[in-house]
Design a protein around this ligand. Structure first.
Ligand code: ADP
Ligand code: MG
Length: 228
């Protein structure tokens, strides 16, 4: 008789349920959004504004559901050997415009011989959430530095910003669902990131100092390139 196994089985059932509810709810949200968009195209100025706001709120609900779906089912369906520099080139491409808008700058230094095993889109999602937080923590001109290396069989990735930083209490609450200091934050980003890193058999730690900046350090088991 094994209670731990039972607990694991219950977790599986809860995850399945959460994933299917999330999936079912997202569909009507998207259909509703489509109708609002049609209405907006044919309406006067004032209703147009309200319809736009309603669509934004539906998008927000969809994003929250997507985050919970990833949390409940972070399964890495498509696992391959990933070349780290390619992944971070993508991430930089996605987020550089957002950083530039703030007057910030993203610097990436990842050499081309580092490999890990995982799902490319999940890995990107995990790091986009971390880097987005860094961008949002920059007050104006600031720098986000990303670098990586291998160390005793592990790949170590650093993401460091010189933004607002956190105190000890904030630091200890990272990854807690709904913990957010932002008016428009969901407080789900790092919860999802922690989960993805966990299923990739990685580890994450944060160092931060209020007023000075924050550094995330992520470790994954190192893989080697597949011969082609
Ligand atoms: P959200 O971004 O929606 O608030 P997250 O889970 O991504 O949710 O982050 C939770 C909180 O952690 C943020 O609201 C912020 O207070 C804090 N935080 C995370 N990363 C940083 C960072 N790089 N610098 C300062 N604060 C951060
Ligand atoms: Mg965030």
């Amino acid at each position: 008789y094994n209670t731990r196994l039972q607990r694991h089985e219950k977790m599986e059932i809860i995850s399945e349920l959460a994933a299917s509810v999330a999936h079912e709810v997202r569909n009507p949200l998207q259909v509703t959004r489509g109708f609002l968009q049609l209405l907006r195209e044919t309406s006067e100025d004032k209703p147009k504004k309200y319809l736009g706001l309603a669509m934004e709120e539906l998008d927000r609900a969809s994003d929250i559901i997507t985050d919970f779906l990833t949390f409940a089912k972070p399964q890495l369906d498509d696992v391959t050997i990933l070349r780290l520099c390619d992944e971070f080139e993508h991430i930089q491409g996605i987020l550089a415009p957002m950083a530039n808008l703030q007057g910030g700058d993203i610097r990436v230094q990842v050499s081309d011989n580092l490999y890990i095993s995982g799902n490319s889109s999940k890995l990107k999602q995990a790091f986009v959430n971390i880097v987005k937080n860094s961008i949002e923590a920059l007050d104006s001109a600031g720098t986000i530095e990303i670098w990586a290396y291998s160390e005793s069989g592990e790949i170590v990735i650093h993401v460091k910003d010189n933004g607002a930083g956190m105190d000890e209490n904030e630091l200890s609450r990272l990854g807690e669902p709904y913990f957010s200091s932002k008016t428009k934050g969901t407080g789900l980003g790092l919860m999802v990131t922690f989960r993805i890193i966990e299923v990739m058999r990685g580890k994450i730690e944060f160092k931060s100092k209020k007023g000075a900046g924050t550094e995330a350090i992520v470790r994954f088991p190192q893989s080697t390139a597949v011969d082609s």
